[in-house]
Write a protein that binds this ligand. Structure first.
Ligand code: APR
Length: 239
């Protein structure tokens, strides 16, 4: 039996119970700092020190011992290991919690906080902690590193690969995302247009909830493992 793939899109909500802030909740990152000041190429050109400081602080926080993958991250790894077809996780998150959980097929469409890119040679290298502005590129030695993060106005990564997976999948799930930022916000519609069933797993309804076939609302550490159990047991029934 050929099992159609599953594509899972994750957003900041899946990392909330690991201690990382979301962006648009009342206590979110964009309630404390403006996108225009820290997350655009123009901001980096105008005031690189502020942009570097913003990402340095988030990179340091990522290594706080309390910041660990949670039950939702682990449930998606179990899904990938036990589902008979392909499972691709596409994350908008720049944290490395899916990576540390051991997610097999994972695409970071907005980049990765624990990496840096050289403005001189383009090389991407791991970078931990603060002080990126003073660091040297390991490939060319230039002191010209920027966060390896997609800013507003820049092109997200892996777009073609993601679109292909959406067109081929039989099931699409959006987890912990408010559906405010494109192209990710349009992925459920793309999957559905190609015959996939779609489900939203989020703390609360979003502006996109009505466009999904199903929705489960509650904390990711509760609704995601339950959803994975449902998918896997339905798969066992059909073998
Ligand atoms: N469990 C599940 N969902 C949660 C939880 C939780 N414990 N806590 C919050 N949420 C939900 C919120 O209800 C909200 O719908 O997570 C969602 C987070 O939405 P945003 O803060 O907008 O984050 P996200 O959708 O990932 O933002 C997308 O916007 O700012 C850019 O590049 C940034 O990747 C980010 C993109």
């Amino acid at each position: 039996m050929n099992w159609r793939g599953i594509v899972v899109l994750t957003g900041a909500g899946i990392s909330r119970e690991s201690g990382l802030s979301t962006f648009r909740d009342a206590d979110g990152i964009w309630a404390k700092v403006r996108i225009e000041d820290v997350a655009t190429p123009e901001a980096f050109a105008r005031d690189p020190a502020s942009v570097q400081a913003f990402y340095d602080a988030r990179r340091v926080q990522l290594r706080d011992p309390g910041v660990q993958p949670n039950a939702a991250h682990r449930a998606l790894v179990r899904l990938a290991r036990e589902y008979p077809g392909p499972v691709l996780v596409v994350t908008q998150n720049v944290d490395d919690l899916h990576d540390r959980a051991g997610q097999p097929a994972l695409l970071h469409m907005h980049g990765e906080l624990a990496k840096a890119q050289c403005l001189h040679c383009g090389a991407v290298s791991p970078f931990e902690g603060a002080g990126l502005a003073a660091a040297f590129c390991p490939a060319c030695g230039a002191r010209a590193l920027r966060p390896y993060v997609v800013w507003f106005g820049e092109i997200p990564m892996h777009i073609e690969e993601i679109e292909e997976a959406l067109e081929a999948c039989g099931l699409f799930a959006a987890i912990g995302t408010s559906g405010q930022v494109y192209p990710a916000a349009g992925y459920a519609e793309t999957a559905r247009a190609h015959g996939a069933r779609t489900v939203e797993l989020n703390l609360e309804p979003t502006t996109l909830t009505c466009s999904f076939d199903h929705a489960r609302h509650g904390p990711a550490t509760e609704v995601v493992p339950a959803w994975v159990d449902e998918v896997l047991s339905a798969t066992r029934d059909r073998r």
